[in-house]
Design a protein around this ligand. Structure first.
Ligand code: IPD
Ligand code: CA
Ligand code: CA
Length: 262
């Protein structure tokens, strides 16, 4: 059996309540590495979501950030980030979200990105368009990179990143209006869908960061690919480049030009 969008919204809202309830308490911060943190809120939110999904859909497979993969029917795959923007959360910066994506037979079908600090639900169901709090949303209409506000993010690994994003960051800072690093990839991608950001890219990212947001951008009329322009951005190792169709093509040109120079 498939979930409904309402089911996902309901559990995202409850997970968001967990995040809000814990934000001023002892976060019980643990280090995954020197700069990557995990808090009690990450664990509690994830445990809640996994219990809720397994209770309703016991045979579904789940990929979740903190606890890894839960085996299940391959036709029903969930991607969960119980708290996207942990560093912001741990520092009291109210830019974070819950991200939940559901794929049926390998195709993303449902996505919800919920920002509990603003009560904003970014949602999409394949073929039904994208919404923000029930209102239809669309990617922006800008046609020039120089008019575009872009977003990006950087990995939190200890080793040097395989593909250093700094060169892209510099180049886009020169060729776009500006580049923002919000600290929550899922939320920034949802902002592309809502036309708040005009494009977003990230080179090293995880499936749970992009599963829901990618579908929301597609349903909002945007183009979503990996960093090289390939359509299957969820294939490991995932990366993402998303924007309205015109800006997406211009961003890809910038990335390819830089790549050819290196
Ligand atoms: C991170 C955030 C960050 C992005 C990283 C992610 P987390 O997720 O989305 O903005 O740049 O790639 O890992 O660890 O806060 O869930
Ligand atoms: Ca994340
Ligand atoms: Ca997370």
């Amino acid at each position: 059996m498939k979930p409904t969008l309402n089911f996902i919204k309901t559990i995202a809202a409850q997970a968001g309540d967990i995040l809000l309830a814990l934000v001023h308490s002892d976060l019980n911060i643990q280090h995954k590495n020197r700069i990557d943190l995990v808090t009690k809120a990450d664990h509690d939110s994830e445990q809640f979501l996994i219990n809720a999904i397994q209770t309703a859909f016991p045979d579904h497979a789940i990929v979740a950030e903190e606890s890894g993969s839960w085996e299940g029917a391959q036709d029903h795959q969930w991607y969960i980030d119980p708290l996207d923007g942990t560093l912001n959360y741990a520092h009291g910066v109210p830019i974070y979200c819950v991200s939940i994506g559901y794929a049926c037979q390998g195709r993303m079908e449902l996505g919800v990105v919920y920002d509990p600090t603003r009560g904003e639900f970014f949602c999409a169901q394949r073929g039904q368009g994208a919404t923000l709090n029930e209102q239809p949303i669309h990617v922006s209409g800008f046609s020039e990179l120089i008019d575009s506000m872009l977003g990006t993010g950087f990995p939190k690994g200890e080793a040097d990143p395989v593909d250093d994003n700094i060169a892209n960051f510099i180049r886009f800072s020169q060729q776009a209006q500006c580049v923002r690093r919000l600290g929550s990839a899922a939320l920034a991608i949802a902002y592309v869908a809502a036309g708040r950001l005009d494009g977003f890219w990230e080179v090293e990212i995880h499936q749970w960061d992009i599963a829901a947001g990618g579908l929301i951008v597609e349903e909002a009329g945007g183009v979503v690919t990996d960093i090289h322009g390939r359509p299957d951005y969820m294939t490991k190792p995932p990366s993402i480049l998303c924007a309205n169709p015109v800006i997406h093509s211009q961003m890809l040109d910038v990335i390819n030009a830089l790549h050819n120079e290196q």
